[in-house]
Design a protein. Sequence first.
Length: 183
Amino acid sequence: MTDGYIVRYIAAGGVVVHDCRVLVLRRLSPPSVPPTGGEAPSVPPSGGEVRLPKGHVEPGESVQAAALRETREESGYVNLVLQADLGTQVVEFDHRGRHVVRTERYFLMTLADGAESTPSGGEEQFEPAWLTWDEALASLTFEAEREWARRARRMTRQMTNETARERQVKEHSYDYTFYRFTL
């Protein structure tokens, strides 16, 4: 039940792939002791959720920049490379008496060549984990995020097949020298 108030916003995030594994964020249980100041958060995060990194697009920020920023902030992996746009998806849900309409944009990302495969920092509420595609699809809490993982998997396969075809063409290419003779 909502009070008729609708919240609309745009969020951007990333499906990060490295060594055939997908980066997910496990949300840690909320602290049992309220933060300093004695007040508990108005909406405690749900412990145990398994998510993909994403967050709000700030005013004046591109969705690509927001996806990179949010993925870096939440996961602690800073050397990321955008590989492909995975599209747009609109997600609707009710939260605290409000109807939320979130337009999501996700991007396929990889760690930059030579990048550390361990995070440096990241948000304390999340524990990054690298899962196989099947493990990620089985573990992600929300169907909308499973859809992003499926899109990323298809895109990764497509990109891998294209690269293999390019290698094959290169391996079977020959330099030809043509001679013209006049008699």
